[in-house]
Design a protein around this ligand. Structure first.
Ligand code: ADP
Length: 212
C-alpha cells in the first residue's frame, strides 16, 4: 500500500514563519517551460512570496522513490527512461495533493500538466474543487542556455534520470507533448511568458509585478 504521506515533498512545505492568513493571495498558478529554464527556482520564490505551497510532481515522485513506496517503485520504471509516468498515477497524486489542507488558499504546480490529457484531468479537478486557475507562468530560454544548465545540474544533483539518453528523451517529450499546451492556455487568456535568462531575483520581480 502507498504510504499516507506519499503526496508530500520538501518543495511543498510552507515555512512556519511564512505569511499569515490575511496576507495570502489565493493564487493558483502553473509554472511551465523546458527542462533547465528555472521552473523549480522560480516556483520556490513564488511559494514564499504568496505563502502558497509549490507542488512539483517530479519532487513527489523522487520522494516516493527514495522512500521505496509502491508509487515510487512504479514511477521509477518510467522516470529513469525519461518517459512520463502514466497519467492515471500522476493525476491521482495531483488530485490528492490539491485537496490537502495547505493547498486551500492557493498553490503553484510545477511539472504538471505535461500532456493534453493531464490538462483535461486538471480542469476536472479544479472544477470539482471550484477553484479556477489564475495564471500560467511560462519561462523560456535559448536551447544552448538550457543545455548548459542541464549539464551543470546533472553534475551537481546526479539524478538517476540524468543519463544522456534520459535527458534527450525528456527534452523530446517536452517538445512533442508539453510545449503545445502553452497554446491551450494562451487561448484561455491565462498565459504570461517571461525570459528565463537573467538574475533569479529580477526574473522573480518581473513575474510578481505582472501577476499582481
Ligand atoms: P524535468 O523537468 O527535469 O524533466 P521533473 O522533476 O519535472 O524533471 O520530472 C522528472 C520525471 O518525473 C519526468 O521525466 C517524468 O518521468 C516524471 N514526471 C514528472 N511530472 C510528471 C507528469 N506531470 N506526468 C508524468 N510524469 C511526470
Amino acid at each position: 500500500m502507498v504510504h499516507d504521506c506519499y503526496v508530500t515533498n520538501r518543495a511543498s512545505e510552507v515555512p512556519a514563519s511564512g505569511p499569515n492568513e490575511t496576507e495570502r493571495n489565493n493564487m493558483r498558478l502553473l509554472i511551465m517551460g523546458p527542462q533547465g529554464v528555472g521552473k523549480g527556482t522560480q516556483a520556490a520564490l513564488l511559494s514564499e512570496h504568496y505563502g502558497i505551497p509549490a507542488i512539483s510532481t517530479g519532487d513527489i515522485f523522487r520522494y516516493n522513490i527514495k522512500n521505496k513506496t509502491d508509487l515510487g517503485v512504479e514511477a521509477l520504471k518510467y522516470i529513469d527512461k525519461g518517459e512520463l509516468v502514466p497519467d492515471e498515477l500522476t493525476n491521482k497524486i495531483v488530485k490528492d495533493r490539491l485537496a490537502m489542507d495547505d493547498a486551500k488558499n492557493g498553490w503553484i504546480l510545477d511539472g504538471y500538466p505535461r500532456n493534453a490529457s493531464q490538462v483535461e484531468a486538471l480542469d476536472a479537478i479544479l472544477e470539482e474543487l471550484n477553484t479556477p486557475l489564475d495564471a500560467v507562468v511560462a519561462l523560456d530560454a535559448d536551447h544552448d542556455v538550457l543545455m548548459e544548465r542541464m549539464k551543470k545540474r546533472a553534475e551537481i544533483e546526479g539524478r538517476s534520470d540524468d543519463t544522456p539518453e534520459a535527458i534527450a528523451k525528456r527534452l523530446d517529450v517536452y517538445a512533442k507533448e508539453t510545449a503545445p499546451l502553452l497554446d491551450i492556455y494562451q487561448k484561455r487568456g491565462l498565459l504570461k511568458t517571461f525570459d528565463g535568462v537573467g538574475a533569479v531575483d529580477e526574473i522573480q520581480a518581473t513575474i510578481v509585478a505582472k501577476l499582481g
